[in-house]
Design a protein around this ligand. Structure first.
Ligand code: C2E
Ligand code: MN
Ligand code: MN
Length: 402
């Protein structure tokens, strides 16, 4: 099947921008593979459109990713089409500093197709985005790492490992995972994640419970999260998860949360309630009334799993929380994924306008964190920094330059 792949990359450090040499090599290799397209270069960044057989394109792209001359390779588009847009002309190479690229690209396309592609064509729009500087790597300086580990806590430990496993209460227990300001190297808050009495995942705690019993259990379990926070006595905020329906279906849910807190000498202002979109929209009026009551008592609110499943976007149109947590599905591998990068940039921009703090969830690698930090995400949560730990505060690993 005919496949089109577009990527951008940065010239690897220590390599000279020898465009003619590069053009020659890629022309020869691509001709053998029957790969055609266009390669743009602006002195630092490459932007290449590859067209050809799907397998040939994929294996070429794998080689490009490994090639030291390319840094920060980002896949921007992968698509299929009935015909080549750049014809059989091989690989056209353009230095955008000395060409009017939009004209040249349109010309190449016109020659290939016998007709001028409309400016609304997606490939033309992507070329324009590159020429306008949209696909340059974000400023790496934003995540300059210290060279060595400063004295600090040990790396995070996994669940269920701890010698000081807490008093189990027969119903459930909680693991804590920090949400951190990675550059400032401090903990912003801890998220309490429910665990079964034997340390099993949330699904195990909720298994066999449905309807009102589930909502009742969900709400009541928060008592144990608050008890843990009080016992550990940390000063940072505590985030807890609640099903939207636990707030809607349980009479006076807000009042009950408030009472659980005061049992342990805590205040609503120390707590952030994380909710996902789920069923929230079906019962929007009741849900919205519940949120108002929470705000009125001083609880913080966050939209959880933003960008996963039900996107959270419709929730955001109706109420603006203090925090948005971007789902791991968007975060994983973001440094190589153009569409996700564009989405995160838009979320950052939107949250900035609305005064909402952004958190990236499920950050597992330094590369993910660096890209997200440079793009303006405020806070981070994930195994890179710490794994959740049952009944205790996990140690934090602050990334350093290797
Ligand atoms: P969540 O609120 O989005 O919590 C983050 C989940 O991602 C947690 O899974 C956490 O252990 C996991 N996680 C954190 N960092 C990483 C990472 O770097 N990589 C990977 N692969 N995973 C990471 P967990 O604890 O299994 O919780 C799953 C979901 O269960 C939570 O997602 C939340 O929606 C729900 N949940 C947890 N506790 C409660 C609760 O008390 N009430 C309700 N209603 N839901 C809860
Ligand atoms: Mn959560
Ligand atoms: Mn989440």
């Amino acid at each position: 099947m005919l496949s089109t792949l577009i990527y951008s990359s940065q010239l690897g450090t220590g390599y000279l921008p020898d465009l003619d040499g590069l053009a020659e090599i890629s022309r020869r290799n691509n001709a053998r593979q029957d790969i055609t397209g266009i390669l743009l270069f602006d002195g630092e960044s490459f932007f290449q459109i590859l067209e050809g057989d799907e397998e040939a394109i994929d294996s070429l792209f794998d080689r490009i990713r490994m090639d030291k001359r390319h840094d920060s390779v980002v896949k921007i588009m992968s698509d299929h089409s009935p015909a080549r847009k750049f014809g059989e002309t091989g690989m056209r190479v353009l230095d955008i500093r000395s060409h009017n690229v939009m004209d040249e690209a349109s010309l190449a396309l016109r020659q290939a197709l016998g007709t001028r592609l409309p400016p609304s064509d997606r490939v033309i729009k992507l070329i324009r985005a590159f020429v306008e500087g949209k696909w340059r790597a974000p400023n790496r300086g934003a995540c300059d790492l210290p060279l060595h580990e400063t004295a600090g806590a040990p790396a995070g430990q996994a669940d269920g490992n701890s010698e000081d496993v807490p008093q189990q209460n027969g119903h459930c227990q909680f693991a804590l995972q920090p949400i951190v300001d990675a550059l400032g190297r401090h903990v912003s808050s801890y998220e309490a994640l429910i665990r079964s009495p034997t340390g099993g995942p949330p699904a195990e705690c909720f298994a066999g419970k449905a309807g009102d019993a589930l909502y009742e259990f969900d709400l009541f379990s928060k008592k144990y999260a608050f008890e843990l926070a009080a016992r550990l006595g940390f000063k940072e905020k505590l985030s807890v998860n609640l099903l939207p329906m636990s707030l809607v279906k349980i009479p006076d849910a807000t009042g009950r949360l408030d009472r659980y807190l005061s049992d342990y000498g805590l205040k609503p202002a120390q707590v952030v309630i994380e909710i996902t979109e789920d069923e929230a929209i079906t019962y929007y009026d009741e849900f919205s009334a519940a949120l108002k009551r929470l705000r009125a008592r001083g609880f913080g609110l966050a939209i959880d799993d933003f960008g996963a499943g039900f996107a959270g976007l419709s929730l955001l149109t109706r109420f603006q929380p203090e925090k948005i947590k971007i789902d791991r599905a968007i975060v994983t591998g973001i440094e190589q994924d153009g569409p996700r990068q564009a989405i995160v940039k838009a979320i950052v921009e939107c949250c900035r306008s609305l005064g909402i703090t952004t958190v990236a969830e499920g950050v597992e690698t330094v590369e993910e964190w660096c890209w997200l930090q440079a793009s303006g995400i405020d806070l981070f949560q994930g195994y890179l920094f710490a794994q959740p730990r049952i009944g205790a505060i996990p140690g934090i690993h602050w990334p350093t330059r290797s």
